[in-house]
Design a protein around this ligand. Structure first.
Ligand code: ADP
Ligand code: UDP
Length: 237
């Protein structure tokens, strides 16, 4: 597959065209940002881990009935994916209170919910990714009613599959963010990435954070946490 011109450089990845108009190459960087780009840094080796983890998890999800953009891992940092038109919604599923949920509703982190929650934010950096509900998404024509239904179904199915998988690794899946997109025929698939950048993952025994919160909150041991979570994934796949 020929790597074509760079189409986009985001905060964590670069996106390249290929000689097939339906396919893209994503390249994972070690750059880390938080708080809408206010905090910047580097997490050595993160790009390799996020690429490999995302690909392994997406293949696992495919087997469980969630269609994804994954095509083929090309090397440590680069993956061939199906090109989608991204639905500009960040889809967040939570099993346990943490982060902005705990802040918004004035509760401590670590409350285990009876059932998972779902929320959407409008993927728009200039507006700071504001929260919105499904009616707002319809009003703004970000997605159709049918697309939102499909996205919700896939998101909850993803949670069931990932929660069970991480539990086997001794890891509690607290919350995570997903992005979906449309293939050229309109089919909705899971896109972007699933990694310690986009999930909160806590050691089931000690509660230790094994995700990007170590970077966000200056907890130290960031690289070690990414290595440890990858080691556990490999041990159980
Ligand atoms: P950001 O744009 O938030 O800085 P990244 O650095 O991760 O994020 O950039 C990757 C970009 O590629 C994101 O905007 C994401 O929505 C987009 N993307 C992810 N998967 C696909 C895909 N299969 N097709 C097209 N765009 C994608
Ligand atoms: N998340 C993400 N990208 C974002 C916002 C959130 O990947 O732009 C992930 C985050 O890693 C966490 C989950 O979504 O796993 C919920 O994040 P939250 O709303 O608590 O926001 P935060 O605490 O990151 O501000």
């Amino acid at each position: 597959m020929m790597m074509g011109k760079q189409l986009y450089e985001g905060k964590a990845k670069k996106v390249f065209a290929t000689d097939d108009p339906e396919l893209l190459i994503v390249s994972y960087k070690d750059d880390a940002t938080a708080f809408n780009g206010l905090k910047r840094g580097t997490i050595r080796g993160k790009g390799v881990i996020n690429n490999q983890m995302s690909n392994l998890l997406m293949q696992y999800l495919e087997k469980g009935g969630v269609p994804t953009h994954f095509v083929k891992e090309l090397n440590e940092r680069e993956t061939l994916v199906k090109k989608v038109s991204i639905v500009p919604l960040e889809v967040i599923i939570r099993n346990i209170s943490a982060g902005s949920f705990a802040k918004h509703y004035g509760v401590e982190e670590g409350i285990v919910f009876d059932a998972p929650t779902i929320e959407f934010s409008y993927k728009n950096d200039a507006l700071g990714d504001p929260l919105l509900n499904a009616y707002h998404a319809l009003a703004l024509k970000l997605a159709t009613k049918e697309e939102i239904e499909t996205i919700k179904q896939y998101a909850f199915r993803t949670n069931e599959l990932l929660k069970a998988f991480w539990a086997e690794c001794g890891v509690t899946l607290v919350d995570f963010k997903l992005e979906f997109g449309r293939l050229s025929d309109g089919t909705i698939v899971l896109a972007d990435e699933i990694s310690p950048d986009t999930c909160r993952l806590w050691d089931s025994k000690t509660g230790e954070k094994l995700d990007k919160d170590r970077f966000r909150r200056d907890l130290g041991g960031v690289e070690d946490a990414y290595q440890e979570i990858m080691r556990r994934l490999r041990e159980h796949l």
